[in-house]
Ligand binder design. Sequence first.
Ligand code: C2E
Ligand code: MG
Ligand code: MG
Length: 693
Amino acid sequence: MLIGSYSFTLVFISLCVAILASYTALDLTGRIATAKGRAVHFWTAGGALAMGVGVWSMHFIGMLAFKLPIDLGYDFALTALSLLIAVLSCGFALWLVSQPKLPLAQLGFGALIMGAGISAMHYTGMAALRMTPGIDYDPTLFSASLLIAVGASAAALSIAFRLRQQSPYVRLIRAGAAVIMGVAIVGMHYTGMAAAQFPDGSFCGATLNGLKGNGLDSLVVVTTLAVLSIALLTSILDARLEARTADLAHSLTVANRELTQLALHDPLTSLPNRMLLDDRINQAIKKVEEQGGCFALMFIDLDGFKPVNDAFGHHMGDQLLREVGVRLREDLRSQDTLARIGGDEFVLLVRLSEPNDALSLAARQVGLIARTFRVAEHDLQISASVGIALYPGNGDNAQELLMNADAAMYHAKGGGKNGYSFFDASMNTNARKQLQLLQDLRAAIEHNQFCLHYQPKFDAANGRPVGAEALLRWAHPLHGMLMPDKFIDLAEKTGLIIPMGEWVLNEACRQMREWYVLGYTDWRIAVNLSALQFCHAGLVQSVAKALATHQLPANSLTLEITETTAMSDADASMTVLQELSDMGVDLSIDDFGTGYSSLMYLKRLPANELKIDRGFVRDLEHDSDDAAIVSAIVALGQALDLRIVAEGVETGAQQDFLTKLGCDSLQGYLLGHPMPAERFMQDIVRGQRLAVV
Ligand code: C2E
Ligand code: MG
Ligand code: MG
């Protein structure tokens, strides 16, 4: 029997190679687990090659470490075959652990195949020595080596399978596992070597034309290390890249989510906006078509929101809207959609089991809004008008449903607010009428269908005329003479009020110039401004231009703005009013007493006149509250050095009362109706004749 010996340096190196190969294999399984598409095949093939070379070279170095007292060589073909077996069984192992699941039976089967593969590699490698006579294998050790191969494979497979996913200490755990696996592989190899017995007089057939020589070990070691380090490096770099890509993808997802939120939600209340609502309505329509059932679209408009906004400022208004949103949501299920689609307009989309359920829900929503809101230490009272459109029935698409719910809402508002109403086909005609009116209004400007009527204002003390208020009339080709309450709102909503207002300003100045030339140089012509005109940037220039065109001194013109308009954005108003006042134009606060003026602002406003709202004048004789309010307004005006005008004077008693209180001028049907310029002048002249007589 030939006694073999080992080069311990090479044995140690073979152990290191085994550990490194194991580590590389574990790292690569992590790559395969997270790779997608073709990259999976790439990583499996590359991994099989690297790991196979690693395992094989461990074994081959182990062979080189073994010395017999005779010359040894290795048959090239068999050695190459052993390498091939190593690569194939490693490829199989990698494929196995990259499967989504690894049940015990599959693990056992895999371990058998891999163990067999490794053993086949080993014993093929031994056969490459081409010993004559053949190698005697000790049966116990031989079986032990097979068992170790299968056991080590089972351990390796299950460890590799578990360590596929990235976890905090994965590298450390992998390193530990790699040591165990390395030791097991080495153990198998040296057990197999120990099983080999070489009878005396053995001869190594491969010395003749096989691989041999001194540099062989270094060559194998260097090549293996190169292959393994390249594989490992690529794997680590790729993992980093993947981690960075994952980070990037994550931040992209977050950014995307934020963008969608912004694009589809109202920033103030975070409720869905018009766009998202449209989408939800379309989905709801589809669902009803597929599964039956019905849904309701409720158009909710707040009553009395604008005064709150005007009186307390936008900040409070915004907060109130937020509270309203929260309160409306209280009563909803998560699948219902509450959207905010405009200033104080909310829309609710609810699936119903039957149409009548809409009734109780609408009633509850109205009730919720009618409860007092507490916003920034203030108790605010508003209400809601709700219009309900049902699907199927009240429209075929999102636009129609919304339009009809809107029409129903207007109906609810018309019916006294703080309530709800279901859509009815007759309401649609209302909406159509509005649309027709809008078209007519556009044409009216082009076709000069507007005219001004003038209502005189008189000095309360001596009854002499002090000027007139210009009031807009529309000679509609079909409906006859229309009063402003029929069309001013629509003109404001659509912006048409801007060109209309410009026309009024010019026409009033033209008329005033005529009277001025006739000698009424101390008269003032009063022109009403709407809120929209007041916010429009060109107002000051328009006024200046109208005065210049008609050669009027600035104080021949009074601009009337309602209290609500003046107070809505008090700071901005202040600037515009100051510019107008600097020009010398006279400013009047119309409908005074209906808004929520703050004394502070009133004091700072460069106004010249307060017009007491005719609502107070009307009930003067019967309502002591109104009388008290009017005297308070007069006192206030006097204190602030403002002229006081009372409008809507219809009876002698009112005239007396207002005159006694100290109003400066009076206006009303008692003293003169609004009328066209010629009739106005005839009345004035007649009045003057009477005065003279
Ligand atoms: P206002 O500025 O308060 O105008 C006074 C309104 O009271 C006028 O109604 C006038 O006819 C009416 N009136 C006058 N005396 C009496 C009276 O003794 N009793 C009663 N019950 N009413 C009286 P009108 O002409 O229908 O105008 C309504 C509102 O339309 C005006 O209220 C004003 O706010 C607005 N308006 C009128 N013309 C224009 C305009 O050219 N531009 C703008 N932006 N608004 C206008
Ligand atoms: Mg007025
Ligand atoms: Mg008025």
